[in-house]
Design a protein around this ligand. Structure first.
Ligand SMILES: *[C@@H]1O[C@H](CO)[C@@H](O)[C@H](O)[C@H]1NC(C)=O
Ligand SMILES: *[C@@H]1O[C@H](CO)[C@@H](O)[C@H](O)[C@H]1NC(C)=O
Ligand SMILES: *[C@@H]1O[C@H](CO)[C@@H](O)[C@H](O)[C@H]1NC(C)=O
Ligand SMILES: *[C@@H]1O[C@H](CO)[C@@H](O)[C@H](O)[C@H]1NC(C)=O
Length: 613
């Protein structure tokens, strides 16, 4: 009885906290807040707004929205609120801007809160962040971007400069970018901090960090570009604002949550056969709990954008509630930053060598050795007596293709892989046919991309494959394994010869190769059948493909005119899908939806007082 009562009471207080207390904290400024500003304006010397510790989120919000220079209101140095000297001297205009605006007022400014604690990192995730910021700023003059970061030792200008140098993203209107530094809970989102129950720990850390963020300044739109789902709670339930998530990688995947294991445990329990392994029950409960939390958090997101087909498929299997709720879940490819490689004068016209370039780190999953094996078979079958490429007539440009393995060797394991590859080359007597380019400069990579006719990729189920994008950007024709990113996102399959952008192969070494659907005759011919989404599709092995391309169907498949057309189509699809231009255009399209959601939620979900702030 008492237990039930106290639970009910706890729920009641929690609801109060979520619906009334926190929103007032985050959204509604203190009483007579404009007087605080007037005080500063009338004071000759000080620029500091007095007494604004606990409700600084809403006060800072007003400052940012009214200021002629929003970026001034960063908390890089400290958390004190102040007026810019311009706003102070231009006090009439500034005070006029602090007035409450109607929800539908077209002059109302919007704060886009980008929750990206590692904003100063230089990875692909940050490229997406900054391209999105640029697009948001250029979409509308009234948009202001707030960047929540934990990179405490990088000052705003440093970060902006890094963006410019690293990603060539310039012309950012930095006066509308407000950096909010989070000093308290940053360490809690680091996976290495949590030795056990890492994901749960990170959920908790993210939750606390998002509270800290909203305590510094509360935005009008929540944008998560780092994949931190427990930040959606505050944004969705307390602030009641639209949420946009750009997801690179689902935190949980369905295969982690093994259904078979679940069944066998249930069976054990039902038959009371044995208590079994206690820790496996705990694990099951832990993963199930996380899984359902993740589904719930996902359901709070209005617009989910995934970075490719692989992520999209996984996420749409997990965030199953979103479709029913009418939330958007779509693919928006990231900008790949390969514009500078695209140069039509370096297409085929520039006399490329008949080489197969494989740009990849030396790691087993890149399957260099599969290429060597298949290449050896290709040689032995067609030219059993050949020992060097020169034995084969045909001159430069035509003739026998040779291989270039270019890549970096970063770890001991990489070195071991490289060593075993070298000895495989010896063993297969391919020394004359294979070149290695280890740890080369990027300038050299570009040189190779411009001088080799073909680019290889043999990895099975590579999520994306930026290397393949680089091939195509520079006009290197891709010869790639038909799976995941290269197959579904980049080169993309098409049976129509006029649509061809590269060549595909598969292998009986593929983990998903199913001998039962395989027709023996076709194996002998070098063609393999694969079950792709229920449709049996034919793919050659690499050996078979090379034979066709360079011997049996040479005129048909690899004439200069043909290759040049393939290369041009490749560059076009990159421009359509992976360019910064396309990303910007698409992002702005989603912002229009965000805009109307923002108004809707403000009108429908917030109470009268909160609506205007
Ligand atoms: C999506 O993000 C994942 C994780 O960072 C990455 O492995 C993959 O290559 C990305 N896909 C694209 C299309 O960039
Ligand atoms: C394209 O490549 C050619 C030859 O390498 C070079 O001379 C030219 O400057 C490049 N153009 C651009 C726009 O990079
Ligand atoms: C390879 O060499 C052998 C022996 O020298 C010869 O009998 C055979 O005809 C050669 N094969 C080809 C395809 O040149
Ligand atoms: C895309 O990148 C290129 C080169 O990096 C740059 O010149 C161009 O302004 C960028 N466009 C957008 C929309 O960001």
């Amino acid at each position: 009885m008492w237990l039930i009562l106290s639970v009910l009471l706890a729920i009641y207080f929690l609801r109060q906290l979520v619906n009334n207390v926190l929103p007032h904290f985050f959204l509604v400024p203190p009483q007579r807040w404009q007087d605080k500003f007037l005080k500063v304006i009338s004071h000759q010397l000080s620029i500091y707004v007095p007494g604004s510790t606990l409700k600084r989120s809403s006060l800072r919000r007003r400052l940012i929205l009214a200021s002629s220079q929003p970026s001034f209101h960063t908390n890089f140095i400290n958390n004190k609120l102040k007026l810019t000297p311009e706003d102070k001297s231009d006090s009439h205009e500034f005070m006029a801007e602090t007035r409450k605006r109607d929800v539908d007022d077209p002059q109302r400014k919007l704060l886009f809160g980008f929750f990206h604690p590692y904003a100063n990192n230089g990875g692909g995730g940050e490229r997406v962040l900054w391209q999105a910021v640029k697009a948001t700023l250029s979409a509308n003059k009234r948009n202001i971007c707030v960047i929540y970061t934990t990179n405490l030792d990088s000052e705003p200008l440093q970060i902006i400069n890094k963006v410019k140098n690293k990603f060539q993203i310039d012309q950012l209107d930095s006066s509308r970018i407000v950096f909010i530094y989070l000093r308290k809970f940053g360490y809690l989102i680091d996976a290495s901090y949590w030795k056990h129950f890492t994901i749960l720990g990170q959920f908790l850390g993210t939750f606390l960090l998002s509270i800290e963020a909203c305590f510094e300044v509360s935005p009008d739109v929540w944008v998560d570009t780092m994949g931190l789902p427990s930040s959606y709670l505050i944004a969705g339930k307390v602030l009641k604002i639209p949420i946009v998530a750009y997801v690179h990688y689902p935190i949980l995947q369905t295969d982690m949550f093994n259904k078979l294991k679940y069944k066998s445990i249930v069976r054990d329990i039902v038959k009371i056969r044995s208590i079994g392994d206690f820790s496996s029950y705990v694990k099951l409960i832990y993963w199930s709990a996380l899984y359902y939390i993740y589904i719930y958090l996902g359901s709070l997101v209005d617009i989910t954008l995934t970075n490719g087909t692989w992520t999209y498929r996984h996420l749409s299997q997990i965030w199953i509630m979103n479709k029913g709720l009418g939330n958007i879940l779509e693919i928006l490819y990231p900008p790949c930053g390969t514009e500078f490689l695209t140069n039509s004068s370096t297409l085929l016209e520039s006399k490329r060598e008949n080489k197969l370039l494989y740009l990849a780190q030396f790691r087993p999953e890149k399957r260099h050795s599969l290429i060597l094996k298949e290449y050896r078979r290709f040689l032995s079958k067609n030219y059993p007596n050949i020992t060097t490429p020169n034995d084969f007539g045909g001159g430069s440009g035509g003739g026998l293709p040779t291989i270039v393995f270019a890549g970096s060797c970063r770890t001991k394991d990489d070195t071991a892989t490289l060593e075993s590859l070298r000895s495989q080359v010896d063993q297969l007597k391919l020394n004359e046919f294979v070149e290695f380019e280890i740890d080369i400069s990027y300038a050299r990579v570009v040189q190779l991309l411009s001088s080799c006719k073909f680019g290889l990729n043999a990895m099975w189920n590579e999520h994306f494959g930026i290397g393949v994008v680089e091939y195509m950007a520079r006009g290197c024709i891709p010869i790639v394994h038909a799976s995941a990113g290269p197959y579904l996102d980049i080169v993309t399959s098409s049976d129509d010869a006029d649509e061809q952008r590269g060549f595909f192969f598969k292998s009986i070494d593929d983990p998903d190769f199913d001998p039962s659907i395989q027709d023996e005759i076709e194996i002998e011919n070098g063609e393999l059948i694969f079950d792709i989404q229920g449709s049996h599709k034919l793919f050659p092995t690499l050996e078979h493909l090379l034979t066709e391309m360079f011997i049996t169907k040479r005129d048909l498949l690899t004439s200069d005119a043909k290759l040049s057309a393939i290369a041009k189509r490749g560059q076009k699809i990159l421009d359509d899908k992976f360019s910064n231009k396309t990303f910007e255009k698409e992002w702005i399209k989603y912002l229009e939806i965000v805009d109307s959601l923002e108004k809707k939620y403000r009108n429908e979900k917030r109470d009268k007082l909160e609506r205007v702030y």
